[in-house]
Design a protein around this ligand. Structure first.
Ligand SMILES: C[S@@+](CC[C@H](N)C(=O)[O-])C[C@H]1O[C@@H](n2cnc3c(N)ncnc32)[C@H](O)[C@@H]1O
Length: 292
């Protein structure tokens, strides 16, 4: 019995390993040991939908057949889409109280451009839209663009729909904002059209990006690089750099840093935990800036 169990578990490892390799090739995400176990649970709906008995059978099927649709579903299921409104509350407080007012004071052309890279189901982008709407008086006359991208088709579909179950709105969304910016629907709460209209949600792979068209004033790439291999993180910073300008502010997730990647970005002198381009990489402004 023991031998059977151990054979089964080593065989199970093979299947997950093959699917992990698929995930990494497509998205750059590396499945750590502890996430491999959760991955099996995440794959259950895919197994059920295709009448496959377990992960081994799924991996063997994909090895034998070039089934792009199934591959995409597997990758989608294995992605970690964890997100919440105003995630890391103090970061959003800094954006509201310091970063956005600073951009407003600098950009003479009254244009604000934000990119939420790896936006998942959209809570990050909606949180920013809420902050801007709550401060609408100060943004009157501004042209505001929020691009929000994610590789997951499912996540982007949900983000565009703007419907969040009760459980999601209970995580981080202040009651006042819920009442003001969402309406109750059968499935939970739907973001008002005004919020939805502010955000351009697009499915896009950060490893082969088509959507971003920088430079952006504020770039958020939070909790995305955490599971990238070192080399891919370097490529990601190059990408973020290409879409930044001399005054851009970059925000990463709490467990992520730009330090140790050849200094593509340096710690921002004014905003705690944020990054900016180093002075050597900061060319002339590509738009009118107000200078003190
Ligand atoms: C943990 S969520 C973070 C969501 C949000 N940024 C936050 O911090 O709440 C990570 C997101 O990155 C996306 N992602 C992972 N690899 C990606 C890639 N290569 N291109 C675009 N998005 C990717 C995943 O689909 C997932 O939705």
């Amino acid at each position: 019995m023991k031998a059977v169990t151990s054979r089964a578990s080593s065989a199970m490892g093979e299947g997950i390993r093959a699917l992990s390799a698929l995930l990494e090739a497509r998205t750059g995400q590396v499945l750590s040991q502890d996430r491999q176990w959760r991955a099996e649970t995440a794959l259950q709906p895919v197994l059920r939908a295709h009448g496959l008995s377990d992960v081994e059978v799924l991996a063997a099927h994909l090895a034998r057949h070039r089934d792009m649709r199934l591959e995409a579903q597997v990758v989608d299921a294995l992605l970690n889409n964890e997100s919440s409104f105003f995630r890391d509350h103090q970061v959003f407080e800094m954006i509201r109280g310091q970063v956005l007012p600073d951009i407003r004071a600098r950009r003479a052309d009254r244009r604000l451009r934000i990119w939420s890279a790896g936006c998942s189901t959209g809570q990050e982008a909606y949180s920013l839209a809420i902050q801007l709407c709550n401060d609408a008086e100060n943004w009157r006359g501004w042209r505001i663009e929020i691009l929000a991208t994610d590789i997951s088709a499912t996540a982007i579909h949900r983000a565009r729909g703007g419907i969040f179950p009760q459980m999601d709105v209970q995580r981080g969304l202040p009651v006042n904002d819920l009442i003001q910016w969402f309406e109750p629907v059968a499935e939970g709460w739907r973001a008002h059209g005004r919020l939805r209209g502010m955000i351009d949600f697009r499915q896009d792979n950060l490893l082969d990006p088509q959507a971003p068209c920088g430079p952006y004033d504020l770039l958020l790439c939070r909790n995305v690089m955490l599971y990238f291999a070192q080399e891919r993180r370097g490529r990601m910073f190059d990408l973020l750099k290409r879409h930044s300008h001399e005054d851009s502010v970059l925000l990463l997730g709490a467990g992520e840093t730009a330090i140790g990647h050849g200094e593509p970005f340096v710690a921002h002198p004014d905003f705690r935990g944020a990054y900016r381009l180093p002075s050597c990489a900061r060319g002339p402004a590509r738009f009118p800036l107000r200078r003190a």
